[in-house]
Design a protein around this ligand. Structure first.
Ligand code: SR1
Ligand code: MG
Length: 402
């Protein structure tokens, strides 16, 4: 019998014992460890063997979420995350962390330590730039997304994946926090910056045309089992260093619309832009917008090439289909970039890029920019076809938000 045969929430000393008992570290190793979790849901420990310098990460799911003791989500989310990272490693090697093992009892996953990388959101808040990012993130997205669709996969195998990765509790969080509450505050969890209260009421709570489009997006999110998406691809789910990009934390993953992932990346670069703009850092702002443009254009090019090389479905080979399919993804990308911009601006889980802007007037301006740009993306989603179109909308919103 081991004390790790029954689930309990580990503290650092437990984790040090755990990695030895499970064989990730030698029994006689002199270990040090620290809880380094920064997300809203889980507990993350870094364990180091003081003699060799070897290190691992242990990520454990708690029964309550860190962000709110009232919110409970099945600890099975870490199984989903571990299995998905292993699938993604196959499709996009070295663009995700390597998984060493998953424990179904302790709901804990042991994985590669990426502490030599920075969490992208914090690096962006220091206005660091990452010239490889557009190249890497588009390779990651095209390979993990297109290769898990019916375009490429045998259809019964794909349906088995849909079943295996059904993730109702985490999806419900998105359905509520992203695709419902920002438009009506029905659960009284929104956090509206007081200076923009009237603006938010007018532009979000009272705009029926917007509600109709977001209602369509909510049902698309719930019913379009297009690809195995990450489901929460913000800059807090990405580690970076100048020569490496790693996407992690896919616990919200399920079979959903591809544009949800691409749109989340676009929106989070706009939050970085907001922060750079408030600080007057023009060079950083132009890198963020150039990166948005490159991501859309590189994604499109790589997607078409990967489609051509990997398509297996007979009808999907019909001339014109792949261009049509991509155009629907770019439309969804604009729409879900919009919903991410809005939910992080007025919803429960906000982003530090914006909330730490010290000057209240500059923060209010950034939030109006986000909302206006988001509405442009959502209400005119079919007109966003190239990277430059996405950037022009940011510039339009920057003028209109003044
Ligand atoms: C209750 S969890 C709040 C948010 O954190 C995650 O990163 C997801 O974006 C979720 O919506
Ligand atoms: Mg997360």
């Amino acid at each position: 019998m081991s004390r790790f045969d029954t689930y309990f929430l580990m503290k650092t000393p437990d984790v040090l014992e755990y990695v030895k008992e499970k064989g990730y570290m030698p029994k006689d190793a002199q270990l040090s460890g620290k809880e380094i979790g920064d997300g809203n849901l889980n507990y993350v420990f870094r364990v180091v063997d003081e003699a060799t310098g070897k290190s691992v990460i242990v990520k454990q799911a708690g029964e309550q979420l860190r962000i709110s003791a009232e919110m409970r989500v099945s600890t099975d989310r870490n199984r989903i995350e571990s299995e998905i990272l292993q699938i993604q490693w196959k499709y996009a090697p070295h663009l995700v962390p390597e998984i060493y093992g998953y424990d179904t009892v302790m709901c804990a996953c042991v994985m590669e330590d990426l502490s030599d990388h920075s969490l992208m959101r914090y690096a962006l808040m220091k206005h660091e730039i990452f010239p490889r990012f557009a190249e890497d993130v588009t390779t990651y997205m095209v390979n993990t997304l297109l290769k898990t669709t019916d375009v490429v996969m045998e259809h019964k195998a794909k349906k088995a994946m849909v079943k295996s990765f059904i993730n109702p509790e985490l999806c419900e969080i998105t359905e509520d926090l992203v695709l419902t509450e920002p438009y009506n505050d029905c659960n009284h969890r929104n956090l509206v910056f007081p200076r923009n209260a009237d603006f938010v009421r007018r532009e979000l709570y009272e705009d029926q045309a917007l509600h109709l489009e977001v209602a369509k997006l909510k049902f698309d999110f719930m019913n379009n089992a297009q690809a195995l998406i990450h489901g929460d691809l913000h800059t807090g789910s990405i580690f970076v260093k100048p020569d490496s990009t790693r996407v992690f934390d896919p616990e919200f993953a399920f079979y959903g619309p591809i544009g949800y992932d691409v749109g989340n990346v676009v929106a989070n670069l706009i939050f970085a832009y907001d922060n750079g703009f408030a600080a007057g850092n023009e060079a950083f702002c132009s890198w963020t917008l150039q990166t948005v443009e490159e991501i859309i254009d590189l994604f499109s090019q790589k997607f078409l090439r990967c489609f051509e090389e990997n398509v297996t479905d007979r009808m999907a080979k019909t001339p014109g289909f792949k261009e049509w399919y991509l155009s629907t993804i770019l439309r969804d990308t604009a729409s879900y970039a919009g919903t991410e911009l809005i939910r992080r601006t007025v919803g429960m889980a906000q982003v530090k890029d914006v909330t730490t802007i010290p000057d209240p007037e500059k923060r209010a301006y950034a939030e109006r920019l986000n909302i206006l740009c988001a509405k442009d993306y959502i209400l005119h989603s079919t007109s966003f076809k190239r990277g430059a179109d996405f950037v022009t909308a940011v510039r339009r919103a920057a003028e209109a938000a003044k």
